[in-house]
Design a protein around this ligand. Structure first.
Ligand SMILES: *[C@@H]1O[C@H](CO)[C@@H](O)[C@H](O)[C@H]1NC(C)=O
Ligand SMILES: *[C@@H]1O[C@H](CO)[C@@H](O)[C@H](O)[C@H]1NC(C)=O
Ligand SMILES: *[C@@H]1O[C@H](CO)[C@@H](O)[C@H](O)[C@H]1NC(C)=O
Ligand SMILES: *[C@@H]1O[C@H](CO)[C@@H](O)[C@H](O)[C@H]1NC(C)=O
Ligand SMILES: *[C@@H]1O[C@H](CO)[C@@H](O)[C@H](O)[C@H]1NC(C)=O
Ligand SMILES: *[C@@H]1O[C@H](CO)[C@@H](O)[C@H](O)[C@H]1NC(C)=O
Length: 477
């Protein structure tokens, strides 16, 4: 039973089957009709009640931002400057004329507005943007109301002489809002074709992350579609207080490294009510990230939800307080995963995976401390990221392989305090699944199938008390 009590909740033994069944039903409904239509209509600021299926709501009222919705009541709002990328800055939006300069000018005007500004990107048009940097600090809140479609040059040569890791690059902004129901299309097909992951004779090189947010504080994203990014779709790097909701991310299952949302060294991040299907992780969390709350996600195809990889090249990572609550993961290579390289330092602590439905997932639950994504086989090393206090609660559905649960932990730095409760994973055929453990200890409680293989630890008290500091809820009224 999950008891809500203010901004914390306590997990006890017990049932929440009613909620889980409802959750499953809603997820099935939402994903079986899966298409662009799954994201609620733009401009409708009320959340469809059918997407509330996780056991918690992120804490509310933890961050104050000027209201900028059309129903806002504050006087401050009236003073916001409204500007249109077409009417005021001459963007053509014909899909072939380069509109980069109009966006640069609009940004510069908006960013220097004392009262805050809303940049309108009108619907029904296609704006071609070259790689562009939109930098702060800004004088006040900047809001971009993207209703139209923004597209990238399809030819990688457009990046000649530029940083090929970026396309739309936002940095050093305090209070940034992007919404509007529009689409950001990376048109990554030619980048994919020239990837060394697609054809080993190609040289390995970086491809752009479609949208990067670097050192943004108080970032709100809502009602946007991202598609076919060159590499990752969206990355948060050293950001804090991020609230992303009702995003749709879509790229083909065979597009290389097209992670949906990548969270790196960021804290107080909420991601909710989003649907992600790509060729790589739906969501990946790396670096020194903490206080990340992910709820109500439909994921797949792709590689699932991943913490890591951590510890590459003996790096130091400190990841803690990550909570995934409410997800449907289908036809993915992994379900929920923690992956670390040998030789890393630091920890991955206090992580919970709750209320997750798996459908035909190859490794539904996996901790892999031997992750090695390099052409040269990785050497055995003695140091490792310490994996401690990880809970898997309410994880049900079908596995595409017999290995439904795998804990491959470090020889020298074993996983501790893994907690399993209410796990039911079977093969589609109804056949049995198995669990694999190496240097993994913890507890299991209630029905756990496949049966736990954890070695038992003493005295673990599971009492979740999850508080996300300073985050804000994008739907707050
Ligand atoms: C917004 O969504 C709610 C819930 O689905 C619905 O009742 C309402 O009619 C919608 N409003 C508009 C303007 O679409
Ligand atoms: C890989 O690229 C090489 C060189 O461009 C080409 O000759 C070969 O046909 C490609 N292979 C595949 C499987 O596309
Ligand atoms: C994490 O933080 C530590 C300092 O606390 C720093 O040394 C390390 O480089 C950081 N790691 C990453 C991946 O940013
Ligand atoms: C384990 O993690 C949970 C959050 O997932 C936290 O509330 C709890 O305090 C942690 N337990 C210990 C012993 O650190
Ligand atoms: C299940 O996953 C496997 C491997 O990813 C795939 O080959 C198969 O088509 C999937 N089955 C269904 C019913 O989607
Ligand atoms: C690493 O250790 C494993 C198991 O202890 C062993 O099977 C493997 O051969 C070792 N690999 C190397 C490169 O030493």
């Amino acid at each position: 039973m999950v008891l809500l009590s203010g901004s914390s909740y306590i997990v006890k033994n017990g049932r929440r089957n009613g909620a889980a069944a409802l959750f499953l039903l809603l997820l099935v409904l939402s994903s079986s009709s899966s298409s662009a239509a799954d994201v609620p209509p733009p401009g409708n600021q009320s959340v469809p009640s059918t997407v509330y299926f996780s056991s918690t709501s992120p804490p509310k009222n933890m961050m104050m931002m000027p209201r900028t919705t059309t129903t806002g009541r504050r006087k401050k709002r009236r003073l916001q400057q409204q500007m249109s990328i077409t009417d005021h800055f001459g963007a053509l939006g014909d899909g072939s004329t380069d509109d980069t300069q109009a966006f640069e000018q609009a940004w510069s005007r908006a960013c220097s507005s004392q009262s805050g500004a809303v940049v309108h990107v009108p619907p029904g048009k296609v704006y071609l943007l070259r790689p562009i940097t939109l930098a702060g600090p800004c004088k006040s809140t900047v809001k971009m109301l993207i209703a139209g479609t923004i597209v990238a040059p399809s030819d990688p040569d457009s990046w000649a002489g530029l940083d090929n890791r970026r396309w739309l690059y936002f940095h050093h902004v305090n209070k940034l809002i992007l919404t509007g129901g529009g689409t950001i299309d990376g048109r990554g097909q030619r980048w994919w074709a020239s990837s060394c992951k697609i054809n080993a004779t190609n040289p390995c090189r970086h491809a752009p992350t479609a949208v990067t947010f670097h050192r943004i504080k108080q970032l709100k994203l809502q009602d946007l579609t991202l598609r076919d990014s060159q590499q990752m779709h969206m990355a948060f790097n050293r950001c804090s207080r991020v609230a992303a909701s009702r995003l749709k991310v879509a790229a083909p299952a065979n597009s290389p490294n097209t992670d949906g949302i990548h969270i790196s060294s960021s804290n107080n991040v909420i991601i909710e009510y989003s649907q992600i299907s790509t060729g790589d992780d739906c969501i990946s969390i790396v670096g020194n990230s903490s206080n990340v709350h992910i709820t109500d996600i439909v994921c797949g195809p792709g590689h699932g939800i991943s913490i890591g990889s951590l510890g590459k090249s003996n790096s130091l990572n400190q990841v803690r307080n990550i909570h995934i609550d409410g997800a449907l993961i289908s036809n993915t290579k992994n379900g929920v995963r923690i992956k670390t390289w040998q030789g890393g330092r630091g920890y991955a602590n206090d992580i919970t995976f709750h209320n997750i439905v798996m459908r035909n997932v190859s490794n539904p639950i996996i901790i892999d401390q031997y992750y090695c994504d390099s052409k040269i086989p990785c050497q055995n090393q003695t140091s490792a990221i310490k994996v401690d206090n990880i809970s898997f609660i309410g994880i049900k559905g079908t596995s595409a392989t017999k290995d439904a649960m795998k804990f491959a932990c470090s020889d020298t730095c074993p996983c501790e305090n893994i907690y399993l409760e209410d796990i039911q994973l079977f093969l589609d055929s109804g056949e049995d699944t198995t669990a694999y453990c190496w240097k993994a200890s913890g507890l299991s409680s209630g029905l756990v199938h496949p049966p736990s293989c954890l070695s038992v630890t003493n005295g673990l008290v599971i009492e979740q008390n999850i508080v996300i500091d300073n985050a804000f809820h994008p739907m707050e009224k």
